[in-house]
Design a protein around this ligand. Structure first.
Ligand SMILES: Cc1ncc(COP(=O)(O)O)c(C=O)c1O
Length: 441
């Protein structure tokens, strides 16, 4: 018999199909987070966990920010929802103007969505629409990069370069090529931007030679690849990519879902590296993860290129019910206030040398084969133990048992703490990481 709706339901964890998780393994020995404030989580039993990853690279201003909560609650009181198709609400326009004002170069228009994956698919579609509007409808191919992560939409996995995210899902988008990744052994233990590898951007010339530029819409890369163990770009690589794209009229898309909003010690990677992409995807830190939000920032020529049809015609046949959701806009605006008032991007830059010193102090520990860092993020490679990912997973679980949340991708460990972290808390993260690495030797 079906129980009445009010009857308690046994919670055996079975019902939730967890994303990117070994469901059965997790449910046999769960890691639950019940509360968060500042740079800490607490388990349901009250055990304190230091957040070495700002959630999933997203809680840049720290957890439980009262200012953001107040803005969301006020917005909810005023108006819960308004559509953005042929309608609008003031906060979306205000937010776009604020983003435009803080973005480098003429990246001065914003499209909003609900996640990084949506941002990536939106950017790819905007690139296609832009070329078509310019009478270059043959430009349909996309170039991604090996080891890239661009979310989980069909566009994102097609241009992405992580085998497990691709191999299960059939043919994906047609017409996609990949640049080689930039993780070179000769750069092992480099601090900041590695020395070798700018030449890897030249592979784009080879792809142009194969297909002709007239068939290529856009190149998409993460300025720093995040999800495959944090790979900062070789010195000069992004500039070279920009030059080749300019030469051939190919749009350059930076996926700044992780690098945006202060992670690298600048507002965006585009600012940090002095390379302005034609389109930029963002999410995560845009709303400090309080309300799901993503965005695509586009340069003036891309925006203008879409505004060439009749004035009464829809300019972009793309959008989401929750594009520029009022709660997300309210949250994102409050987050911008915090970033400005607490100078968090500058704080990120100021803390980076201390972070760099801390993470590189782990060199020499058993099985550590590489350490990379830039801004307030790092990647640490461990030598595999049997199947790929076994040692990495063990280190991740051990760290959690010792009170630290880190990320694991195969045998790479990655960290990216909230930008409000204090130096003694960085020390704690490094100490626990070292213990976890030793424990899995
Ligand atoms: C570079 C990059 N792009 C896109 C995404 C996808 O974002 P979301 O999980 O919000 O869809 C991520 C998520 O980690 C990311 O790191």
């Amino acid at each position: 018999m079906t129980p009445p709706k009010s009857a308690p339901v046994a919670n055996n964890m079975d019902a939730f199909l967890m994303p990117f998780t070994a469901n059965r393994q997790f449910k046999a020995n769960p890691r639950l987070l019940a509360r968060a404030k500042g740079v800490h989580y607490w388990t349901p039993e009250g055990r304190q966990i230091i957040d070495g990853t700002a959630g999933l690279w997203c809680v840049n201003a720290g957890h439980g920010r009262e200012e953001i909560k107040a803005a969301i609650v006020a917005q909810l009181d005023e108006m819960d929802y308004a559509p953005s198709f042929q309608m609008g609400h003031p906060k979306s326009f205000e937010l776009a103007a604020r983003h435009a004002a803080m973005l480098p170069g003429d990246l001065n228009h914003a499209f909003y969505c609900n996640s990084g994956s949506e941002a990536v698919d939106s950017a790819l579609k905007i690139a296609l629409a832009y070329h078509r509007a310019a009478g270059q409808g043959t430009r349909t191919r996309f170039i991604g990069r090996e080891r890239g992560y661009h979310g989980v939409g069909f566009g994102g996995i097609s241009v992405g370069g992580m085998v497990n995210n691709r191999k299960w899902f059939g043919a994906m988008l047609p017409g996609v090529d990949h640049l080689p990744h930039t993780h070179l052994p000769q750069n092992a233990f480099a601090k900041g931007e590695p020395e070798h590898g700018a030449h890897l951007a030249d592979a784009l010339e080879g792809i142009v030679g194969l297909h002709d530029a007239s068939n290529i819409a856009a190149v998409i890369v993460e300025p720093c690849a995040g999800s495959t163990g944090f790979l900062p770009p070789p010195r000069g690589y992004l500039k070279r990519l920009r030059e080749i794209c300019d030469k051939h009229g190919i749009l350059l898309i930076f996926d700044e879902v992780i690098t945006g909003f202060g992670r690298l010690g600048a507002s965006f990677a585009a600012e940090k590296f002095g390379v302005i992409p034609d389109l930029m995807t963002v999410a995560k830190g845009i709303s400090n993860a309080t309300v799901p939000m993503g965005g695509v920032f586009v340069r003036k020529h891309v925006f203008d290129g879409l505004m060439t049809g009749p004035e009464n015609a829809v300019d972009l046949f793309h959008g989401y019910t929750y594009s520029a959701h009022p709660l997300a806009c309210a949250a994102a605006s409050a987050v911008l206030d915090i970033y400005r008032d607490e100078a968090l991007f500058q704080r990120s830059a100021e803390l980076s040398p201390y972070w760099e010193q801390g993470v590189h102090s782990l060199k020499g520990l058993p099985n550590v084969t590489d350490i990379r860092n830039l801004g307030m993020a790092c990647g640490i490679d461990l030598a595999p133990e049997g199947a790929v990912g076994t040692r990495g997973y063990k280190a991740f679980v051990k760290a959690f048992d010792l009170g630290l949340m880190m990320r694991q991708s195969g045998d790479a460990l990655a960290m990216s703490p909230p930008l409000v972290i204090e130096k003694n808390q960085i020390d704690e993260i490094i100490e626990i990481t070292g213990k976890a690495i030793k424990a899995v030797a």
